[in-house]
Design a binder for this molecule. Sequence first.
Ligand code: SF4
Length: 468
Amino acid sequence: MDDRPKHSCGVVAMALNSDANLSLKKGLRATQHRGQESTGIAVFYEGIKYIRGMGLVHEVLCGREFSMLKGNVGIGHVRYSTSGTSAVQNCQPMVVTTSAGELAIAHNGDIVNAEKLRKKLQADGWAFLTDTDSEIIIRILANELVEAGEPFKAIKNTMRKLDGAYSITLMIEDRIFGVRDPMGFRPLAIGSLLNGYGIASEDSAFDILRGNFIRDVAPGEIVEITSEGFRSAKLPVTANPATCMFEWVYFARPDSTIDGLEVFQARKNVGRQLAREQPAEADVVIAVPDSGRGHAVGYSEESGIKYDEGLMKNRYVERTFILPDQADREESVALKLNPIKSTVKGKRVVLVDDSIVRGTTLRKIVQMVRRAGAKEIHVRIGCPPIRAPCYYGVDMKTRDQFVATDKTVDEVAREITADTLGYTSIEGLVSALGKPQSDLCLACLTGEYPTNIPGEKMRFQQRLDIDY
Ligand code: SF4
């Protein structure tokens, strides 16, 4: 929906014993939910060749140029711009020719010390072609490749300089690598394919390619794939992981499994917890499609209130972010969703969604369900209130965009015109995900960040004032 946080980006890589262009395209189509602004692939055949552009995968990767693209190894990217502007020169994979050879990068996440690194490189005489942090990574890597002479060492040295979130696929000449940052903010998986090996943001890409998921790339790990197999090296990890809780709650495909936890199951667990914490007297549970579904099914199972389809989604209305103003975007909610009257008319409805950011879309949905005849509407939200910005690759950059900032739950309920509103607690979310709190990023909920962000509090930070 239009006021939801946009997915960060998605990456893939393939090393096959036949042309990789079609498999890269299929892998990207399976990853399209992570970014719909631009896409591209880069392959190696007598040098790195690439196709990139603004649009969806099937709109950009088509035609004669695409079908003639030769090369058994390659990387690909789908993008929503969280760092750098939305412009064709910022499309990925980014390809550069350096004294260490031709390099290509596809990056998911945001580097938090990017500006500091950019200034240092500029002071050393480097000029930048784009305003993305991905270019900073590739420029540092180029320097390190010249110094180290071999990729694993160069990538490790690059990682030591980066702070923040990065799940990356890389092409160094004709060699293919996947890299996950030491805190594992964003997912990355390795799989075997019919005629080679692949790396993808989410393991569901391997199902679509009729391959098999092998395992997640571990935080701090560098993996090189060939058509015959893979090998890896790891940076010593000194901090706890900080996997983004939002990957399970909202971003990832429900059929993906991240770090051992299936996304749909995670959403059902959160929905069950939500029902225990925020019960409602009601006749029916409905979901805001699609990402609210798992939460709603869990809520229904735990509460014993029957689940039914209450909102019909028009699958052929896409990409509301291109609509120029708020009025158009709000109109687009009605184009996207329509209530099923027989489900809600005369009923006390529990309306379940994954999260609230601004609340403007949810208010429209509540009003729509009420107009369809619902007697009461009790909104239940899987994710605890979002109150703090994300610096790790999600477009939630300022505090003033969150409806929950400086408002009580009752005030937010009035804002979205619901009869009641309830969120899962932070403790409840953590227990539903079944992971130690210390291994998750919850910064947009707690305001406590896993890395040092100037002006923000760090997680595990002790109070400095001591009471005697
Ligand atoms: S701040 Fe929130 S959205 Fe950003 S990485 Fe952390 S949990 Fe995810």
